[in-house]
Design a binder for this molecule. Structure first.
Ligand code: FAD
Length: 279
């Protein structure tokens, strides 16, 4: 059982709870991106177990009448064990997703995994004719080139600021510089993509920029935010007619995810402390 404050950020421990949360947010016009919590497995068994959990989740999502996709971390399905293991586990997940008509996102992890992740996306986006999406990080200096390479492919790209601090020479560290890079990359995506633009940010400035770019280029786009972050804004944007997707993690590895969310933003920690003091 997930305690009250953590349950603002995590949909539950079981797939049934995650799907129930998807159904709940669907009623407010928001789609769900379901992520089973888990990463950086050094041995094959837990990676294979999470692959199997995703296969079962996909069958459930396909059976239920919900608007839901999945998002998978490469190191969760074996990238730290070996690139071959990652591919062996990713392929059946994408195959099942295609069979069930469920969209499959691939999260982006640290900079050492960008090549293998983008290569996998390229292969599967082409093979599935766009049933797959990948995340790219604006804080990486290489991202303009990656976007150029991916612009003509079917599929979707989620642009985020980047959650993994890469080595200095390869990345922007200054927050304002990362925001500027994000805006420049969004401009490229709206100009060069026919569709498949996903704005993975809670930042009102980035979202306003996407709205302006939409007025100029009319490229379809979606806004993606995390469960528990700016929830009211998610439903307001959906009410205004924007496509909004909520990334919702579930599973029994929720404590480390929850503490990361707390560390990230002082507001979240202050809110949690107030709630504990009041309970
Ligand atoms: P920030 O730069 O953190 O904040 C900018 C402004 O946004 C703030 O000043 C505030 O106005 C507003 N804001 C932000 N958080 C809050 C809050 N809690 N409450 C109220 N206002 C707030 N990173 C990866 O590296 N790989 C991934 O695969 C990945 N996937 C992601 C998927 C989704 C759907 C999302 C939303 C993020 C993902 N990230 C991923 C994380 C991302 O890289 C950023 O670390 C994270 O989103 C913080 O950046 P930001 O643009 O949201 O806003």
């Amino acid at each position: 059982m997930i305690p009250p404050i953590a349950s603002d950020f995590v949909a539950g421990e079981s797939p049934a709870e995650a799907i129930s949360h998807v159904r709940h947010i669907n009623r407010g016009g928001v789609g769900g991106i379901v992520n089973l919590l888990g990463e950086h497995y050094e041995k094959r068994p837990p990676a294979d177990a999470d692959r199997d959990a995703y296969l079962a989740l996909l069958t459930d999502l396909g059976r239920e009448d919900v608007s839901g996709s999945i998002s998978v971390k490469p190191s969760q399905i074996g990238l730290d064990v070996g690139e071959g293991v990652f591919e062996e586990n990713l392929a059946p997940i994408i195959e099942r997703a295609e069979e069930e008509g469920v969209f499959c996102w691939i999260d982006m992890e640290d900079h050492a995994t960008t090549d293998v992740t983008v290569d996998a996306y390229e292969r599967h986006a082409t093979a599935t004719d766009g049933g797959v999406g990948v995340c790219l990080q604006a804080n990486l200096k290489r991202t303009p080139e990656d976007l150029q390479r991916l612009a003509a492919l079917p599929g979707k790209v989620r642009l985020v600021k980047g959650a993994y601090p890469p080595p200095k020479g390869l990345s922007y560290r200054d927050r304002e510089r990362v925001s500027e890079a994000y805006e420049e990359l969004l401009g490229f995506m709206f100009r060069e993509f026919d569709a498949g633009v996903a704005v993975g940010s809670h930042d009102p400035r980035m979202i306003d920029r996407a709205k302006e770019l939409y007025e100029e280029y009319r490229t379809p786009f979606e806004i993606q935010m995390l469960m528990g972050v700016r929830t009211d804004a998610q439903f307001e944007l959906a009410k205004e007619g924007y496509a909004v997707e909520q990334y919702l993690p579930y599973g029994n590895r929720w404590p480390s995810y929850f503490y990361r969310r707390m560390r990230e933003r002082k507001e979240n920690a202050a809110f949690a402390l107030r709630a504990i003091a009041g309970s």
